[in-house]
Design a binder for this molecule. Structure first.
Ligand code: FES
Length: 108
C-alpha cells in the first residue's frame, strides 16, 4: 500500500500489528505509557497485536506508532489519544487524519 492510499478514509480490517517505539527519544516523550495504554485498551480486541519496537526513524516527532498491514504511522501519540485510535481506527477502520505522521503521509 502506498502512503497516499493510507490516507483514504476507509481501510480494510484484519489482523493488525501495532508497533510502539520504545527507543530513546520516544521513551523521553512518554512512549512507555503509550505502550501500556495500548495494551490495556486492546486486551479484548481479537486480531490486534501490540508490540514494542526499536527506533522507527521518526525520533523528533515521537512517540511513534506504526500500524500494519494498514501502513499507517501516527506521530506525537500520547496515552489520551489511544481510545480514539481504538474506536475510530481499529474498530471503525478509519485512520485519524489529524494524527497521521506528515512525513509519511504528506498532505497535498
Ligand atoms: S526513538 Fe522513536 S522513532 Fe526514533
Amino acid at each position: 500500500m502506498s502512503t497516499s492510499e493510507g490516507q483514504k478514509s476507509e481501510i480494510s480490517s484484519g489482523e493488525r500489528h501495532i508497533f510502539v517505539c520504545q527507543y530513546h527519544s520516544c521513551l523521553h516523550q512518554n512512549s512507555q505509557e503509550v505502550l501500556k495504554t495500548f495494551e490495556a485498551e486492546t486486551k479484548n480486541l481479537v486480531g490486534v497485536n501490540i508490540e514494542p519496537s526499536s527506533c522507527l526513524g521518526q525520533c523528533s516527532i515521537g512517540p511513534t506508532v506504526r500500524i500494519i498491514p494498514d501502513e499507517i504511522w501516527y506521530y506525537r501519540v500520547q496515552p489520551e489519544h489511544i481510545p480514539l485510535i481504538v474506536r475510530q481506527h481499529l474498530k471503525g477502520n478509519k485512520p485519524i487524519d489529524e494524527m497521521l505522521n506528515p512525513r509519511i503521509h504528506p498532505r497535498f
